[in-house]
Design a protein around this ligand. Sequence first.
Ligand code: NG6
Ligand code: CA
Length: 517
Amino acid sequence: MRISMFFLIILITVSCNSIQKKENTKVTISSSKPNVIVIYLDDLGYGDVSCYNATELETPNMDALANGGIRFTNAYASSATCTPSRYALLTGIYPWRNKKAKILPGTAPLLIDTLQITLPKLFKKEGYDTAIIGKWHLGLGTGVINWNEHISPGPNEVGFDDSYILAATQDRVPTVYIQNGDVVGLDNDDPIEVNYFENFKNEPTAITHPEMLTMKWHHGHNNSIVNGIPRIGYMKGGESAKWSDVDMADHFLDKVKAYVKSHKEKPFFLYYAMQQPHVPRTPHPRFIGKSGMGPRGDVILEADWCIGEFVKTLKKEGLLENTLIILSSDNGPVLNDGYFDDAVEKLGNHNPSGGLRGGKYSIFEAGTRVPFITYWEGRIEPMVSDAVICQIDLLASLASLLNTEVNDTDSKDLLSALTGNSEKGRDHLILEATGKTALRSGDWVYIPAYEGTNYREEVGIEVGNFPFEQLYNISDDAGQNNNLAQSNPEKLFEMKALFEKLRGKDYNRGVKEVKFQ
Ligand code: NG6
Ligand code: CA
């Protein structure tokens, strides 16, 4: 009886939807409950995808989503690093409002308040199943973590029914997967210990045992060695639980495929947080050499392949027409992020930032402006949108999709822009990079004066710190080469006033230069 009711409802929903489609030239978003999948890459740059004008790399599967959906040209991560961007994505709160929203070590406590509204909680309230598969990097536990016991709070306590994660980053310990709070494959006789300050007695590190390394470190990344790769932080034990780096992409892909196959009865929200092309770049052997650009290019091709396989699964399972897919990246690109892996040497003519200035860690555009694609078969019509949108807006926009709303966040309802019914995005947006903030308003970008070095030698990136204010009109100066602060004092005054109104006058307090060890 219940089953036939269920099919009746589906039938009615499906026929209503097709009626709406016929009646309107533009997409009608009905009150039905589509699945929502956020595919989130790590450090993928604005120019790393062929549909974003990369000419040296072919990413046919991301291109297929862009060509059949909306490719946004002015979409932003809220921050130029991972943790703050992910915090904003899931909570709708600007990361600079939370002083702890900085790149976290693997031992950091959970950054999100368990009482806070989050993207998965929003979906859960509307009857969805929710899951995260992939990189977390938002802290776990409340203080000291015992990795050998159930770890809580974590993703499951902020709204995810299911979680299968790596705790922090691929280059940070512990190098194990955690499923719903428990380390996967752990042998109780070989407990895991983790420490970010000091090594465990007689444990090899990159410094003491360089002969054990299959990948060399450039800066940082000289602590414990796992699978020949030196990491950030020290780890002991947990041998049977350690992940295989080269299999990580396939592993997460298997998990997301299995998840959608087993969640067809109820609508779901899935956050597929891919680890590529963050360091260490460890393509599966079948992708090695495929890009001609070394491991960084190879893992972008690997990620693209995974996306293609995943979309194929959605199609095969009959889910594509009832699934909104959103694809983006947590921050801009970096070549040398701490390992010698030929990313610089083999770059050739590829331009990961797509001509934008800066990169990961940068308050310039390349730090936060990222690929952003929405795809919904039969519901979203292909287009390119110049609307200014930010990942922080997913919370309010997806609430709107579910015919509900969220209060007291920085998130804006841009559902119309996300579905192509409007090209109107945000009026303004505060961008963040390692504690420093800037304003985009209309076509203008204002960057306050900041202490510190502009060019960060280790990573080879201009992070945007100058002892004077910067003002750019990015409609005709996308590369931010022409500082108009002096020649356009009226605009400078207007932008500064708006920045200080939104950000508060003490925006510079406590902002310290990031040390790369
Ligand atoms: C930096 C790491 C870098 C990367 C980054 C986090 C060093 C020297 N550098 O501190 O390799 O892990 O943190 O990247 O340790 S993110 O994309 O997760 O923000
Ligand atoms: Ca990142």
